[in-house]
Ligand binder design. Structure first.
Ligand code: NAD
Ligand code: WQD
Length: 334
């Protein structure tokens, strides 16, 4: 299939591009590089030994996007482009709504103009908000607690309305849990600009000496070791989820929601200790106060993806930490 990835130069997009190209699909990337680097394209091509097309552009440029969709004879779109920093979304909500919600509407319009109706959307477990029960299943109430999460939910609502108005659409909304890890080549991985927000890139900065120590946000949660617990999912497992969704959508019109998580949760200290083992070094840390808005624990019920898509997470915490460490070691040299 000819598949367009919006945001395909980013962390999850680049890994998904590798997986799809290796599965024999023709991958084309559309990205404005606001949170990624043009050099990622060469790395994807090096891993896959295939040519990957790329246009630098903003998803809000409907005309440019439509032209790419038509010229490349695109048959399906995976929509990963978006701004994703939860804290920043509260400081710059309009920027987030304009980029993420308006950008998604522009993409849908471009797809309509180009006559394409298969779409996989990068949603997030953040749409659930405070758990009324755990694990979260896809029917859990949605009450996001920040603008970023509300962006994701609004886009899902738009996609549901679109699919109700036109039964030709085949849409998968994938609610990712906590994506971590890197491709086994060590050539691509997560490389955020500035000081990272998320745990794994933060551990990486400490491991490569860029930061002196890790702040652990609270050890007084009601969890076995007192630190927050999350459902960490290897980015290559996540990439597999996109391929599985695309295959399944071929015969399943409508708008469908899937959790993509491992179904297990691990604490900050669990992740830290696995990383120490993978990198054969101690990671210095101190416990500081809780981060506002953090939940003690959440994790996925991923049975629906397993049952319908035949998908489940295969990689464990050791795979996650060893692949991350390989990427972090390599990226020191870039
Ligand atoms: P990322 O920032 O690495 O990748 C996003 C890409 O989108 C970047 O390359 C960026 O340049 C591009 N982009 C942003 N706005 C754009 C625009 N207007 N036009 C064109 N390109 C644009 O992020 P990621 O971690 O790879 O996340 C990919 C998607 O998955 C995002 O939609 C994110 O919200 C979602 N998601 C991420 C996580 C996570 O923890 N990483 C969890 C759940 C959902
Ligand atoms: C994980 C755990 C922190 C950093 C976020 C978004 C979510 C989704 C995934 C996009 C928590 C602790 C963290 C640090 C720490 N993204 N921590 N020290 O908050 O679960 O989820 O990313 O959709 O929407 O909210 O991920 O990696 O920031 O935190 O102790 O320096 O690590 O308190 O328990 P989070 P995270």
């Amino acid at each position: 299939m000819n598949i367009l990835l919006t945001g395909g130069m980013g962390y999850i997009g680049s890994h998904t591009a590798v997986l799809l190209a290796n599965a024999g699909h023709q991958v084309y990337i559309y990205d404005n590089l606001c949170n990624s680097h043009a050099s990622t394209l060469e790395r994807i091509q090096k891993i896959t030994t295939r040519t990957i097309g790329f246009t630098e552009g903003d998803i809000r440029n409907t005309e440019k996007l439509t032209q790419v969709l038509r010229e490349q004879k695109i048959e399906a779109v995976i929509h990963l482009a978006g701004l994703k920093a939860v804290g920043e979304s509260s400081q710059k909500p309009i920027e987030y709504y304009a980029n993420n919600v308006q950008g998604s509407i522009s993409l849908i319009q471009a797809m309509q103009l180009a006559g394409i109706n298969t779409l996989v959307f990068s949603s997030s477990a953040t749409v659930y908000g405070d758990p009324t029960y755990l694990p979260y299943d896809e029917d859990h109430p949605t009450k996001p607690t920040n603008p970023y999460g509300r962006n994701k939910l609004q886009i899902e609502d738009i996609l549901r309305d679109l699919s109700a108005s036109d039964q030709e659409w085949k849409i998968g909304c994938l609610r990712y849990f906590n994506p971590v890890g890197a491709h086994e080549s060590g050539l691509i991985g997560e490389d955020p600009n500035g000081i990272p927000n998320n745990l794994m890139p933060m551990i990486g900065r400490v491991a490569n000496g860029a930061l002196p120590s890790l702040n652990i946000f609270g050890d007084d949660y009601d969890t076995p070791d007192g630190t927050g617990k999350r459902d960490y999912i290897h980015v290559m497992d996540l990439a597999e989820g996109h391929l599985a969704a695309l295959n399944w959508l071929k015969t399943n019109p409508g708008c469908h929601i899937f959790n993509l998580g491992s179904g297990d949760s691990y604490s900050v200290l669990d992740l830290l200790h696995h990383f120490e083992e993978a990198s054969s070094q101690k990671i210095p840390y101190q416990v500081v106060g809780r981060r506002p808005g953090d939940l003690p624990e959440y994790y996925a019920k991923a049975d629906k993806a397993n049952r319908l898509l035949g998908w489940s997470a295969k990689k464990n915490l050791s795979d996650i930490c060893s692949s991350s460490w390989l990427w972090i070691k390599n990226s020191r040299k870039h």
